[in-house]
Design a protein around this ligand. Structure first.
Ligand code: ATP
Ligand code: MG
Length: 650
């Protein structure tokens, strides 16, 4: 058949086409980063709708981060698909549960638990466990792992032992905290994110009428990033499917980065065992990144210790050549952040839009230095992760103002009304030039854009609907898009892409994260996280780290072990040779004044005398000797890349 120029079949390679055109039923795409997996499923949805095999409203596509779900929606819209759902597992469950709750449970509607650590803290107190912030975080992680793995409090001790969890407290104590946590929640009529999934699965499993209604409505299921499915999510997926098999999954086992939280690539790798008739497609052409970036990504994974069968995929770059990835070491974190901000500003000046640039880090606490450095240069940025957006003062003020106004539901165009209501809060017509005012403005503008989005989807949408949408998003932590440089954790960056990516803070203890040390499986997960980071870049990729934390602090950090073998060797050799050559003349001058023997050995410095004759060294010679040794040690440690200092930044 003719392939329409801009239809769902346009711009696909033969393997992608095979997946897109496969008849309804099980389909599995196993492929590396940037090979077009997401593109393939989006086109498949469009094609199934286009050819009348399924109605848009019958499609439910799920993924793992709010941002990735948003990306899917954007791509679907670009193909002219409206009304197909693309959500995170949690957001999908949240909607369904709100709808089914009165019938399956009855009684008052629940609320989503906000501030999980507070409840964990209460539970820990009650159970007699430690309540230090760090312990609480670890306890919360354990509870999340248990719930995602379908492990009850009673089962926890045995299950944790079986998989070798490093429990933050004795397993019986963790189980007890978990039990109290559940009890407190139930009493307050609160559900956490995992409860949404548990209740959704239970509603479908235990209420045939609900299941029938649901399965009549949704008939075509698609899962992106399937390598990170948890047993709990799989259970929901199974409940959705019933005995049907219209399921398309795509994933990359090398991008499994949530196994600490119970995720596993096994359902992906064993898909054909479960669905023997499945269409299986492998992709290896990488359309996202330059060959330079692809080659670095291949090298990151080549060093991996364990590579499950089916994950041994090599990427072959399709794009034109680009710049070499850069590696840079800085004296301390503020210097690193300032240098990164400066490079970002150069990229923006030379035409890269801010929205096409990302700074990715391992832990959210690392964002602060970058927020500051970017603000100083007046570069707009946004932080992925969500929490922060709805916690911002201006967003809370805006929500309150909109809610008050909605109570009187003013008529007129929704975006216009929202804009007028937000003007007094700092939404001037022109953006302020920088700092806090600018950030405030960006958030408020995002709220107006959200109103525009709503108005374009829902005809006659009014302020009350808009406020309801805001509430929903705040609960689901689904922030609207804000234009600017993206600051995100590596976990949150999955599935996304930018023209320029800065992977920062690549030091031991952060990457791999400290608690992974000594645990091979955990270190391997960290390596996959780096692979995810590297493969986000389309063109520019910069990797960096700093030897000290605070400005001028002690340089007691080491660059990440994952960098060994990635940095071009020839640079390293050249640098070492230069360091030796520069140190040589100084060494030649350091001779014993009595016998003329060279003094550059450890004995001389340690004992303060010449190793060749009994002469003691005079004070001046000793000082010079020490200086030389220190300088040489530094020179030899200088790695293969440019070392930026404050001076080079001016
Ligand atoms: P990840 O594993 O990171 O989620 P992915 O396999 O889902 O990656 P996509 O995001 O779908 O990859 O595609 C990567 C980029 O390559 C996108 O910009 C996409 O538009 C582009 N792309 C995919 N397939 C093709 C193609 N056949 N021709 C041109 N560009 C393509
Ligand atoms: Mg993808």
């Amino acid at each position: 058949a003719e392939i329409p120029e801009d239809g769902p079949l346009a711009g696909l390679d033969p393997e992608q086409l095979a997946a897109v055109r496969a008849p309804r039923g099980p389909v599995c795409v196993l492929a590396g980063a940037g090979t077009g997996k997401t593109r393939t499923i989006v086109h498949r949805i469009a094609q199934l709708i286009h050819t009348g095999h399924v109605a848009a409203g019958q499609v439910l596509a799920v993924t793992f981060t709010a941002r990735a779900a948003g990306e899917m929606r954007t791509r679907l819209r670009a193909l002219g698909v409206h009304g197909a759902q693309a959500r995170t597992f949690h957001a999908a469950a949240l909607r369904q549960l709100r709808y089914f709750w009165p019938r399956v449970v009855g009684g008052p509607q629940w609320d989503l638990l906000d501030g999980k650590l507070r409840v964990v803290s209460q539970a820990a107190h009650r159970a007699g466990a430690g309540t230090e912030a760090e312990v609480l975080r670890d306890l919360a992680t354990e509870i999340e792992w248990a719930k995602a793995s379908l492990v009850t409090p009673d089962d926890y001790p045995a299950a944790a032992g079986r998989v070798g969890r490093q429990s933050p407290a004795p397993v019986e104590l963790v189980a007890s905290v978990y039990r109290w946590y559940e009890a407190f929640k139930a009493k307050a009529n609160l559900l956490d994110f995992d409860d949404l999934l548990l209740h959704t699965a239970a509603a479908l499993d235990e209420h045939p009428a609900v299941a029938e209604e649901f399965r009549d409505r949704y008939r075509c299921f698609v899962v992106d990033e399937y390598q990170d499915v948890t047993p709990l999510q799989q259970r929901v997926l199974d409940a959705w499917l019933g005995d049907r098999d219209d399921l398309t999954v795509v994933g990359d086992a090398n991008q499994t980065i949530y196994s600490f939280a119970g995720a596993s690539p096994r359902p992906l790798l064993n898909f054909t065992r479960r669905f023997p008739t499945a269409t299986v497609v492998r992709l290896e052409r990488d359309y996202r990144s330059t060959p330079q970036v692809v080659s670095l990504a291949n090298r990151v994974m080549a060093a991996a210790r364990e590579r499950p069968a089916g994950s041994r995929l090599r990427l072959v770059g399709q794009r034109p050549e680009g710049p070499e990835p850069s590696f840079a070491e800085y004296e301390d974190e503020p210097t690193e952040a300032a240098a990164v901000a400066r490079r970002i500003s150069e990229l923006i000046d030379t035409g890269t839009p801010a929205s096409q640039i990302a700074v990715l880090y391992r832990v959210n606490a690392q964002s602060e230095a970058y927020e500051q450095a970017l603000s100083e240069l007046d570069i707009p940025y946004l932080i992925r992760g969500g929490e922060r957006f709805f916690a911002r003062v201006e967003v809370r003020q805006a929500t309150a103002a909109l809610r008050t106004a909605a109570a009187s539901a003013p008529t007129g165009e929704l975006p216009k009304i929202v804009r007028e209501l937000l003007e007094p809060l700092g939404l001037s017509a022109e953006p302020p030039t920088g700092g806090a005012a600018r950030e405030r403005w960006e958030s408020l503008l995002a709220l107006v854009e959200l109103a525009e989005e709503l108005a374009s989807h829902v005809e006659g949408a009014d302020l009350a609907q808009y406020v309801a949408e805001l509430d929903m998003r705040a609960r689901a932590q689904h922030p609207p898009t804000v234009e600017g440089v993206t600051l995100a954790s590596l976990h949150a960056a999955k599935g996304l892409e930018w023209d320029a990516v800065f992977l920062v803070g690549l030091v031991e203890g952060t990457m791999p994260i400290q608690h992974a040390d000594g645990n091979d499986a955990a270190v391997e997960e960290e390596r996959r996280l780096l692979y995810v980071g590297v493969t986000r870049a389309r063109e520019h990729l910069a990797l960096s780290w700093a030897l000290a934390r605070g400005e001028g602090g002690r340089r007691n950090r080491r660059r990440s072990r994952f960098l060994y073998g990635l940095i071009p060797e020839d640079h390293a050799t050249a640098r070492l040779t230069r360091a030796r050559r520069e140190a040589a003349p100084a060494a030649a001058a350091l001779r014993c004044r009595v016998c003329g023997a060279a003094l550059i050995d450890a004995v001389a410095t340690k004992l303060g005398r010449c190793a060749g004759c009994p002469a003691d060294l005079d004070e001046e010679l000793l000082v010079r000797l020490k200086e030389w040794r220190a300088r040489r040690a530094r020179a030899l440690k200088v790695p293969a890349y440019v070392v930026f200092t404050d001076a080079t930044l001016v």
